[in-house]
Ligand binder design. Structure first.
Ligand SMILES: [Cu+2]
Length: 188
């Protein structure tokens, strides 16, 4: 099968690099907004998990890194949107803070926010199977992280689209696509 999209993505995974320092990803996880206030050393943050279930939560790019998490042990992202500039290389980090063994997740970025595209990619992902990390060969896929188990952190580095607009992201672990979705907003 022609898997040019897939090998592109694989390539960008392998050439990922931590943009500034390894410590940065962890700091961003505590909350991007804190970074504006402090240069480091502050531990006034209450940590990774906040309540507010059912509330829309956002994340934004900071020093080229965006960090996402699952919402507890639900088939949902905690951050259902994030905003990035166009045409810029970013590192997308997913910290799988779930504890249930069935809560395996990835982040697959799509060139669309159409429900039909989420459905097509989600269903094809289940068919692609574990050997393919549940990621199908589909032209709608811009980039994707590897699959992560509970407690694992995965990431992918990619260049954001040149065109401003909204782009979907979805987890392609079987059964997750219908609820585990978000929107990447590309804004200049
Ligand atoms: Cu998932």
């Amino acid at each position: 099968m022609g898997d040019s999209t897939k090998s592109d993505n694989t390539q960008s995974v392998t050439r990922r690099r931590f943009l500034r320092s390894l410590g940065m990803a962890g700091a961003v996880g505590a909350g991007a907004s804190l970074l504006a206030a402090c240069g480091g050393g502050s531990d006034s943050s209450s940590g990774s998990s906040s309540g507010g279930s059912g509330e829309t939560s956002g994340s934004s790019v900071s020093d080229g890194t965006v960090t996402l998490h699952p919402q507890g042990n639900q088939m949902k992202y905690k951050e259902t949107e994030f905003t990035v500039p166009p045409g810029e290389e970013i590192e997308l980090v997913f910290e799988n803070t779930a504890t249930s063994p069935s809560m395996q997740h990835n982040v697959v970025i799509l060139n669309s926010t159409e429900d039909a595209v989420f459905q097509r990619v989600g269903q094809a992902g289940a068919k692609a199977g574990a050997d393919n990390d549940y990621v199908p060969d589909d032209d709608a896929i811009i980039a994707h992280t590897p699959m992560s188990g509970p407690g694992e952190t995965v990431s992918v580095t990619f260049t954001t689209p040149e065109e401003t607009g909204d782009y979907g992201y979805v987890c392609t672990y079987p059964g997750h696509w219908s609820t585990m979705r978000g929107t990447m907003r590309v804004r200049s």
